[in-house]
Design a protein around this ligand. Sequence first.
Ligand code: FPP
Ligand code: MG
Length: 295
Amino acid sequence: MQRVEKEIARLIQEIDYDEVTKLFSTLSGGKRLRAKLILKIAPNHKDAPLLAAIVELIHGASLLHDDVIDDAMTRRGVVSVNASSGSKIAVMLGDILYSKAFTELVAFDKDVAQTVASSVTALSKGEMMDVKMAETFNSDEKLYLDMLYLKTATLIEAAAKASALLVGKDAEKHALYGRNLGLSFQIIDDILDITASEEVLGKPAMNDFVEGKCTLPYIYLYEELNTEDKERFVSFHAKEISKDDTLWIKEKMQEHKTIEKSFELAQKLSNEAQAAMSEDAELVLILETMIKRTF
Ligand code: FPP
Ligand code: MG
């Protein structure tokens, strides 16, 4: 991973703007899941660290924009750029990072470059769907999973597929692995938003629903409630609600096992990915660690 951090630092240096270098140094790198995946799939390819750096810059850019869109005050446990320096700077830093990433990407083989580039259109479409869907109460599971795939899984899918292409491994198998890893990762994230504590999350618990996001445990709950409870539940959508009402939602989720049901889908997707990659112990381990994570 040190090779990736070195590449990222080099690319930032090449941007040649002190403001960017300074701001970038305040960001937390996060889990670097996408970079780790690329290095695991193409460990000996000379361009793997650069590809990993490109994907991490794109991911970082998308989070900068996402925090502006979501009005988020923190990111990865530190103050977000929009909170510390304002939305204009956060948007522009995002633009600089992802255009730099694309400048580097064009030097790769066409199939690799296209795989990563097209995933960025998909992730932007997903983010827009997410914004639109949060305007009303969404109880459509398929629509929700389609959005999740676009918003979170496509870049992970692209990272896995592009690195497989780089070393001549089975691109489709790796794409499926990345897709399912991404989807189950996000479902676990949705679950943790409900089950983890504020300290662990670094943001208020059950924040998704307050932001209007009906994640899987909420969609499954809606399906189970009677008409009267459905009405009550929908009335809580996209607003700050009292402790009692929060408790009511949590109790209903327990009663109808909607967290368990969501976890089962994450597990099923993870099992499919595992089956596609059964010969690669390290990739299987990433899946297992992700499914068991508590933050
Ligand atoms: C986090 O979602 C957001 C994403 C994974 C994708 C955001 C994508 C864009 C803003 C498109 C623009 C792309 C570029 C490259 C500039 P979340 O809000 O559900 O998760 P969070 O809790 O981590 O904020
Ligand atoms: Mg967000």
